[in-house]
Design a binder for this molecule. Structure first.
Ligand SMILES: [Fe+2]
Length: 381
């Protein structure tokens, strides 16, 4: 082997090393990009998986996608198969958009399932310039991707507008495609949750109406109590979860009256002790009946709260004679709004009381150890 061949051999080896180094560098760069992508996806998944209220979820998804794609706007259009429309309940800068599901770029993507990456919106004939004209917004570039559920069915469309650093890239397309699968699953969960909640709410409101309907004089009482209780909840800045518990307990607080004889419930004039005791039993019935309902974990205290609306701070209330703090906090709110509604409404045996007088009675009956005046006993039943 001569010197020349040794040198050329070394040259080949060093060339191999630099090729290998370049490959490693590219692979490393690839890993780094993939790592960043997974981090973003993890971040998006973690954030949107916490939200089950559809409006808030859509808003959250749009914000997340806007940040991840580094663009100015993002809209999630949901497909309404019954009306053949696409709608966006909450869009950045607008309130609600609804249009036939085959129109525009979003409609095209909803129909075909294609991803459309349009670097210059005004150069694309499918772009509807009227929306910009109406809103004064200037669309430069658009990335629109279908949103598919686990079964591969299209349930909506993602539309991102105006990437800050130029047109959307193929990496953005991949990212949006992956996010759309995650988002679609969560949107379907939220829709299911919303449907179940609507069913449950209508069931609770129907139960409340059946009680209110038994006595025309107290018609609307349960709904008014729910309204007043919620007003108090807002003033004291209760959490949405606690407000929901209070509202449900308010609607059902008198449900035990279903077990009270109508002749006693609607009797005009003074009640005998036996009749009054019979009316008082409604709070125990409320608890016993509501305990049979399979409330969610969040609403598990509803029977106890609902049945404690006749307890008194001095322990002379019913059904359990609980004293002060032993009475559930939400039950105490119910007691106050129940008295408020009873006194400001007409009864078989008296007219509605003047608002100022009602406030005075409530003030006098408030505070630890204070008792509500005797005149409430019948009013509150
Ligand atoms: Fe009651």
């Amino acid at each position: 082997m001569n010197v020349h061949s040794i040198k050329s051999g070394m040259g080949k080896e060093s060339g191999d090393f630099s090729d290998q180094a370049e490959n490693y560098r590219k692979e490393l760069e690839q890993f780094r990009k993939e790592h960043e992508r997974l981090k973003l996806l993890f971040h998006v998944t973690r954030n949107i998986s916490k939200e089950l209220v559809l409006d808030r979820l859509l808003m959250l998804i749009m914000d997340e996608v806007k940040n991840v794609l580094n663009c100015d706007r993002c809209t999630v259009f949901v497909l309404d198969n019954e009306k053949n429309e696409l709608w966006a309940r909450v869009a950045h800068g607008e309130k609600e958009i609804r249009f036939p599901s085959h129109l525009g770029i979003a409609g095209h993507v909803a129909m075909t399932g294609e991803v459309l990456n349009i670097p210059d919106a005004y150069a694309d004939p499918r772009f509807n310039r009227n929306i910009d004209k109406k809103t004064g917004y200037r669309t430069r570039n658009i990335l629109t991707a279908p949103m598919r559920n686990k079964l591969g069915e299209r349930i909506g469309v993602f539309q991102a507008l105006n990437k800050f650093s130029g047109p959307f890239t193929s990496g953005d397309e991949d990212l949006l495609d992956t996010i759309s699968v995650i988002a679609a699953t969560q949107i379907e969960n939220a829709r299911l949750y919303e449907e179940q909640k609507k069913t449950f709410d209508s069931f609770i409101e129907t139960l409340a109406s059946t009680i209110d309907a038994r006595d025309p004089m107290t018609a609307g009482h349960s709904k008014r109590i729910a309204l007043y209780a919620d007003a108090v909840a807002q003033v004291v800045k209760m959490s949405p979860q606690e407000r929901e518990v209070l509202r449900t307990a308010a609607l059902l607080h008198d449900y035990g009256k279903i077990a009270v004889r109508e002749a006693v419930l609607t009797k005009e004039g003074r009640l005998t002790k036996v009749e009054y005791d019979h009316i008082k039993s409604h709070s125990t019935y409320t608890k016993n009946i509501l305990e049979k309902i399979n409330f969610s974990r969040q609403l598990k205290d509803v029977p106890l709260i609902a049945s404690s609306h006749h307890e008194r701070m001095d322990g002379k209330g019913y059904p359990d004679g609980l004293i002060a703090d032993a009475i559930p906090k939400l039950g105490r709110i119910l007691a106050v709004v129940d008295v408020f509604d009873a006194l400001t409404s007409k009864r078989h045996y008296r007219d509605r009381m003047e608002f100022r007088k009602v406030l005075k009675i409530l003030t006098n009956g408030s505070g630890p150890g204070r008792i509500l005046p005797r005149c409430f006993q019948k009013d509150q039943a």
